[in-house]
Design a protein around this ligand. Structure first.
Ligand SMILES: [Mg+2]
Length: 374
């Protein structure tokens, strides 16, 4: 088993500005340090370890009580932002003391050299070259939060990142969901009855359209695109002049398959989605689960047989086919009322539930099932 990863953190110049911090007035935080450390704490598996030199604490020039009240204030402020340290190491010596515990000496960090820790995957964040020297001595890599200093050749392999902002460190350590690759699929399905092609991007912004040539159905498909915020483009060439049945069914099958393909292993997604949505006189409820096990419950009663030229029975058929091809559990109900409103509320609620179910959980790579497969 691999050891624990550690993020060693200098204090002055990294968490608070570089200074002799012996009064509250001198505690000034580095921009974005709260945001960055909170996300690192929540979304990564780094242990956070403070490593700081506080020159001459305990001497008349820097009384211990003044150091301590400021250190306590810094730690309690961070704690209030959900940021805490697994370990804190502070050296009080002066440069001329040549103490092995003083950075870049590793005297305070001997325990991290053992097998319990994975130094090759660990980092030291500091604002000075001595911090980078410490990183090298520990066998980890360095993040130099200082755009001004020049990195000497002997430290070039150690410094993994040199930057001037915590936001750069954040995106280096935790690639943001918005930077992640889009989940896309392109599917074509040809039968004797229909010819369908779909381009799908689950991480889109609700752009594009699918044209089936069936008026009311196209209106419903555009609701799916807008409210799911998937980008979708597609065309359906079918024998709609014979019956809408084949076009509706085959499009549902293709769309469901495309979503399933775009989701891949379904890692890091919410898996479940739901929406309760009202539209004028009706309320639609949709709950769904990308469980890998198709099931379908449909509690909808239309008073009319047609909406425009679209048979209301096709609404059920669309979602049933979708459930089968996307291998998902879909529950749909809507109160009685105007048939157009009922159908539209169901399609909108379905799209919004889809959006929630495929949403990526920041920092998660887990398959949301105790079985380990969906
Ligand atoms: Mg420093």
């Amino acid at each position: 088993m691999k050891g624990k990863k550690v993020l060693f953190l200098d204090r002055d110049g990294v968490i608070v500005i570089e200074d002799q911090i012996d009064s509250y007035e001198r505690i000034i935080y580095i921009p974005h340090v709260f945001e960055a450390l909170r996300r690192i704490r929540r979304e990564s598996d780094f242990s956070l370890v403070m490593v700081s030199n506080q020159d001459g604490v305990g001497t008349p020039a820097f009384p211990y009580k003044d150091y301590l009240k400021c250190q306590d204030r810094i730690l309690s402020t961070l704690r209030g932002e959900d940021i805490w340290f697994d370990d804190i190491n502070v050296d009080f010596s002066l440069p001329e003391d040549n103490c092995p515990t003083r950075k870049p000496g590793t005297g305070m960090l001997e325990e991290y050299k053992g097998d319990e820790y994975d130094m090759a995957s660990s980092f030291m964040v500091g604002d000075r070259l001595t911090d980078m020297m410490l990183a090298k001595a520990m066998g980890c890599r360095g993040i130099l939060l200082n755009g001004e200093v020049e990195v000497p050749p002997e430290l070039a392999d150690t410094v993994a990142l040199q930057c001037a902002s915590w936001l750069d460190i954040l995106s280096f350590l935790i690639p943001d969901a918005t930077n992640m690759a889009h989940r896309t699929a392109h599917l074509e399905r040809r039968t004797n009855e229909t010819d369908i092609s779909i381009d799908l991007d689950l991480d889109g912004s609700g752009m594009g359209e699918i044209i089936s040539g069936i008026g009311f159905f196209d209106h419903m498909l555009s609701q799916i695109v807008r409210h799911s915020r998937f980008d979708m483009n597609g065309s359906v060439k079918g024998d709609a002049e014979v019956d809408e049945h084949h076009s509706v069914e085959d499009l549902a099958i293709t769309l469901g398959s495309a979503i399933l393909e775009a989701l891949g292993e379904k890692r890091g997604i919410e898996r479940y989605g739901y929406e309760v949505l009202t539209m004028d006189d009706v309320v639609a409820t949709v709950a769904l689960d990308f469980s890998g096990r198709p099931d379908f419950i449909y509690d909808v009663n239309f008073k009319r047989e047609y909406i425009g030229t679209f048979p209301t029975e096709m609404v059920r058929h669309f979602f049933k086919s979708f459930s089968d091809s996307a291998r998902m559990n879909i529950y749909i109900s809507v109160t009685d009322g105007n048939s157009h409103h009922q159908a539209e509320a169901v399609f909108k609620a379905f799209a919004r539930a889809l959006r929630k179910a495929v949403r990526r959980i920041p920092g998660s790579n887990e398959i949301s099932s105790t079985k380990g497969v969906l």
